[in-house]
Design a protein around this ligand. Structure first.
Ligand code: ATP
Length: 203
C-alpha cells in the first residue's frame, strides 16, 4: 500500500491540499487529529501528563488545558522533550493503526511534524507544500488574526524551507489561487495512481 506523507510549514496549505485529495477518494489520516485523540480524558497519554504535571494541567471539565501545556513546553526544553517522549510513540502507533484501516488505492498522512518525528518512517514518499514566506505570513495572519511577530516566531521554530524541500520527493508550490492548487493536486493524483499500477505490475 502506497502511503504519501504530506507536510509543510504553518499555513502552507496542508489542509487545503489534503481536502482536495480526499475529494478524489483518497483516505487521509491527520496527525493533528490523532495528537488530540491520544490526550482525551481516560487516555494513557492524559494519565501520564496528569501524573507528571499534577491536576493543575486540567480544565474544569477534566480535559487537557492545552494552552497551559503549550506555555510550559515553550519555555522549558526539558519538559518539551519529556512530553514528546510520552506522546510521539502513542501518536505513531495510532497513525499506523489508522493507515492500516485505509481502503483507498493509496493513502495520505498529513502532518506538520512528519519530517521532525519518526512519522516519516511510516510513509513511502514525502510531499511538501511549499509557499513563499511573504504569502505564508499573509495567509496565516488573515486566517488566525495573529500578529506578524507571532507568525514569524512559529515559522522560526519550524524546519526551514530549504531543509524541508531537501527531504521532498514531490513538491506543490502553493503560490497561486485555489483553482491552480486543484489542478496541481489532480496531476499529482494521476502520478500516484501510475506509481500504484507500476508497483502492482512488479509484484
Ligand atoms: P496549519 O499549518 O496552520 O495547519 P495548513 O498548512 O493546513 O495550516 P491551510 O489552513 O490549508 O494551511 O491554509 C492556510 C490558509 O491559506 C487558509 O486560510 C487557506 O484557506 C489559505 N490558502 C491555502 N491555499 C490557498 C490558495 N491557493 N489561495 C488562497 N488561499 C489559500
Amino acid at each position: 500500500m502506497l502511503i504519501i506523507g504530506l507536510t509543510g510549514g504553518i499555513g502552507s496549505g496542508k489542509t487545503a491540499v489534503s481536502d482536495l485529495f480526499e475529494s478524489l477518494g483518497v483516505d487521509v489520516v491527520d496527525a493533528d487529529v490523532v495528537a488530540r485523540k491520544v490526550v482525551l480524558p481516560g487516555s494513557q497519554g492524559l494519565q501520564a501528563i496528569i501524573e507528571h504535571f499534577g491536576p493543575v494541567i486540567l480544565e474544569a471539565d477534566a480535559t487537557l488545558n492545552r494552552r497551559q501545556l503549550r506555555n510550559i513546553i515553550f519555555s522549558d526544553p526539558a519538559e518539551k522533550k519529556w512530553l514528546e517522549n510520552i506522546l510521539h510513540p502513542l501518536i505513531e502507533s495510532e497513525i499506523k493503526k489508522k493507515l492500516q484501516q485505509s481502503t483507498s488505492i493509496y493513502s495520505i498522512l498529513v502532518s506538520p511534524l512528519l519530517l521532525e518525528t519518526k512519522q516519516s518512517q511510516l510513509v513511502d514518499r514525502v510531499l511538501v507544500i511549499d509557499v513563499p514566506e511573504n504569502l505564508q505570513l499573509e495567509r496565516v495572519q488573515a486566517r488566525d488574526q495573529q500578529s506578524f511577530e507571532q507568525v514569524r516566531a512559529i515559522m522560526k521554530s519550524q524546519l526551514s524551507r530549504v531543509d524541508r524541500l531537501a527531504k521532498a520527493d514531490d513538491v506543490i508550490i502553493n503560490d497561486a489561487d485555489f483553482a491552480t492548487l486543484k489542478e496541481n493536486v489532480e496531476a499529482l493524483h494521476q502520478f500516484y495512481l501510475t506509481l500504484v499500477q507500476k508497483n502492482e505490475k512488479n509484484n
